[in-house]
Design a protein around this ligand. Structure first.
Ligand SMILES: [Zn+2]
Ligand SMILES: [Zn+2]
Length: 357
């Protein structure tokens, strides 16, 4: 073997040994740099004026490593709203460097556990990060008072500890928890306006998630751009009415041919309760092809799937989930995952998508 090759191998080995010997010091230095950069970064600062959405949870109650519980962050100018807060949503927001202290409000579509079980953590993070002096407004149909009361009650001791430890200056007691803003659900065919401020209009409309009554979706309009978030629903003509001409349709979906595999496995495993549940859920969600029909019929500019059921654990399962979508809707389609980010800059018709975390 050539002399220079021996030299190179020796050098690589020596560097490896040195790196191992100093691994703690090197890691600390790396950590300093990364943490300093992260603490100085606010993902919203870099955004152009417009409407932007971040999936702070693209999944459902079933565990999927790429998709936490449902959560959609909507950024309109300098306003920040969160639609639903499933498991892990606060952590996804942190990883995306979306400042939870700046959340203006949370909008709940309905009160299934998977849509609210990250709410306690989200409210605490907003309080800790923002030092807000008023509780987080949480909007929802009737029933939201009960949900908010429950979280406030469960986190009351936590608030006492934190004020005692950090002081009222840093964590003002008055800013802990949430305040419910219940709205009367609109009739089919009409919408209720919840926010109309600094160019942003948020309306709620009924969807069809029976026996969950009422369940709503939300539409956001800002600077000539629009986004609709479905919440949980079977294919809904009412949603379709409010999705007309929307730039970005963010819609839930359940792939029956994949859920059927779960049902068969539950039957074979002798778990009839689970098999009944996986059969029942088919009737109050929308299939990917039905979602594509809505996107086609409303002329949506872009279709983003979220609340993806079931978990898609292998890449080919994503192809199976999307079977028939391309043939139905000619526009661009994104299968959401945690961290998917879509920008709709004002004064343009551009729709820019960044894939997930
Ligand atoms: Zn639901
Ligand atoms: Zn759900």
């Amino acid at each position: 073997m050539k002399k220079w090759l021996w030299g190179l191998i020796s050098l690589v080995l020596a560097l490896g040994v040195l790196g191992y010997a100093f691994r703690e010091r090197l890691t600390l230095r790396l950590m300093r740099n990364v943490v300093a950069r992260n603490m100085a970064t606010n993902a919203l600062d870099a955004l152009p004026d417009g409407l932007h959405i971040a999936l702070c949870g693209a999944g459902s109650p079933l565990p999927d490593p790429k998709r936490s519980g449902p959560c959609v962050a909507v950024i309109a100018g300098d306003q920040l709203y969160i639609v639903d807060s499933g498991t892990g949503s606060s952590r996804i927001l942190s990883r995306m460097q979306i400042p939870q202290g700046e959340i203006d409000g949370v909008l709940l579509t309905h009160f299934h556990s998977d849509h609210i079980d990250g709410l306690g953590e989200l409210l605490m993070q907003r309080w800790a990060n923002g030092g807000n002096t008023a509780p987080t407004p949480v909007y929802g149909p009737p029933g939201v008072e009960q949900v908010v009361d429950g979280f406030n009650h469960a986190y009351a001791m936590d608030a006492v500890y934190r004020v005692a430890h950090h002081g009222n200056e840093v964590m003002p007691r008055a800013g802990a928890g949430a305040r419910a803003h219940a709205f009367t659900p609109p009739e089919e065919g009409s919408a209720v306006t919840l926010v109309d401020q600094a160019g942003l209009r948020i309306v709620a409309f009924l969807v069809d998630h029976r026996p969950v009554l009422p369940a709503v979706g939300y539409r956001f309009d800002y600077a000539g751009r629009s986004v609709l978030v479905s919440g949980d629903t079977a294919k809904s003509a009412n949603l379709q009415k409010f999705a007309d001409g929307v730039d970005l349709l963010v819609h839930e979906a359940l792939a029956p041919q994949l859920v059927e595999v779960l049902t068969e496995a539950a039957d074979v495993a002798g778990r009839p309760r689970l098999a009944k549940i996986t059969r029942d859920i088919l009737d109050y969600h929308t299939t990917p092809v039905e979602v594509a029909e809505i996107a086609r019929d409303t002329g949506a500019g872009h279709l983003l799937f979220y609340h993806v059921v079931p978990p898609l654990l292998l890449a080919p399962m994503e192809d199976i989930f999307l079977d028939g979508v391309e043939e139905t809707y000619a526009g661009p389609v994104t299968l959401g995952r945690d961290g998917t980010f879509v920008s709709l800059p004002s004064g343009s018709d551009r729709i820019e998508v960044r894939s997930g975390l």
